[in-house]
Design a protein around this ligand. Structure first.
Ligand code: FAD
Length: 318
């Protein structure tokens, strides 16, 4: 493997692939490092990406990989374990294989990890009958018995419960261990959401299908799909190793404009810096970041050329 690059892209989900496509088409020398754990791997279908609605997420990524490789980017299946500024400029990126790469720029597109609630059955049905996003999967479960399970993100839970009423008139909110204010309860009930108090013990399934939510007192709430609000944890260890500043309120790495972090030469886009990014949003943010990186590489090339010209031209000569 050639070990100096214009850009090392970390992660080959929608964001990393989209950036790599724009960068290689702009003739940058790009390495994409990918460890093969995209966030939506457990979903059979991907929705909301115009022209690709309903495709298998793995097929979507495979098409993207083929396009990027076709323009000359190199892929390596590995995990980036460290990245540091290089004393001579640029960065050193270390893979779990021990290989070290030098690069002028780093684009981090490592996504996020959904921290699932510790309820029996959630992990097994995650992505098939347990969802987090009505925009991604609400249409597919429309007019069915739906349950929203409360948890670590009350605002998102309340929004999910209300939003799902657009899809079904049989929506039940099980607050589980979440406190729910009287006014919030009133708003939801007025809007037709049933509220069933009590702690959730487990999800009951049958041959991979969800059939209900069992509460600790033994009550069964029948449903065919459940929605939860997992805690999003950014996969941002590499950005921290590089010294990128964070947003004080959230602790997430701060970006300005199209993905520029506080460290010149380090960009980040997609879910690693934006938990709300859908596949199409992550791809769009990454495309904009790649164009910004191309301009940044160009500027540094022009500055270097001017410096070389200045030192090789005797003063006073035009
Ligand atoms: C179950 C589920 C279903 C979803 N369905 C939809 C849907 O239908 N429509 C929609 O628009 N959105 C959907 N989403 C959201 C979607 O998954 C994200 O919007 C999208 O994955 C964000 O893309 P990304 O490139 O930022 O991150 P990811 O797709 O997660 O890609 C990040 C990549 O970085 C790699 N990586 C991480 N760390 C390293 C490292 N250190 N070294 C090397 N590689 C690394 C990972 O292997 C991963 O492939 C769904 C999410 C879930 C959880």
């Amino acid at each position: 493997m050639e070990n100096h690059r214009d850009v090392v892209v970390i992660g080959a989900g929608a964001a990393g692939l989209s950036a790599a496509l724009v960068l290689t088409r702009a003739r940058a020398n790009v390495l994409v490092v990918e460890d093969g754990t995209p966030r939506n791997a457990q979903a059979a279908h991907m929705h909301g990406f115009v022209s690709r609605d309903g495709v298998d997420p793995a097929e979507f990524l495979e098409i993207g990989r083929r396009e990027v490789v076709g323009y000359g980017a190199e892929f390596v299946h590995a995990r980036v374990v460290d990245a540091r500024s290089h004393a001579d400029g640029g960065f050193v990126v270390t893979l779990d294989s021990g290989v070290m790469m030098t690069t002028r720029a780093v684009l981090d597109a490592t996504g996020l990890t959904d921290e699932l609630p510790d309820i029996a059955g959630v992990r097994e049905l995650w992505g098939s009958a347990v969802h987090h996003c009505p925009h991604c999967h609400g249409h597919e479960v429309a007019d069915r018995n739906l349950v929203v399970i409360g948890g670590q993100a009350p605002a998102m839970t309340l929004h999910q419960a209300a939003l799902l009423r657009r899809y079904s008139d049989r929506v039940t909110l099980c607050p589980h261990d979440m406190d729910i204010q009287e006014n919030e309860r009133g708003r939801l009930e007025a809007f037709g959401v049933r509220i069933k108090d009590g702690t959730v013990a487990r999800l009951r399934g049958d041959q991979g299908r969800l059939i209900g939510i069992e509460l600790v007192d033994g009550t069964m709430v029948e449903c065919e799909a459940a929605f939860i609000a997992p805690q999003p944890r950014p996969n941002d260890a590499i950005l921290h190793a590089l010294g990128c500043a964070t947003v004080p309120d959230t602790g997430w790495v701060a970006v300005e404009g199209p993905g520029a972090t506080s460290v010149p030469g380090v960009w980040a886009c997609g879910n690693v810096v934006n938990p709300r990014a859908q596949v199409i949003t992550a791809a769009g943010e990454a495309s904009a970041a790649a164009i910004a990186i191309t301009s940044w590489l160009l500027e540094t090339d022009i500055e270097a050329a001017v410096e070389r010209a200045d030192t090789s031209t005797p003063r006073g000569r035009s």
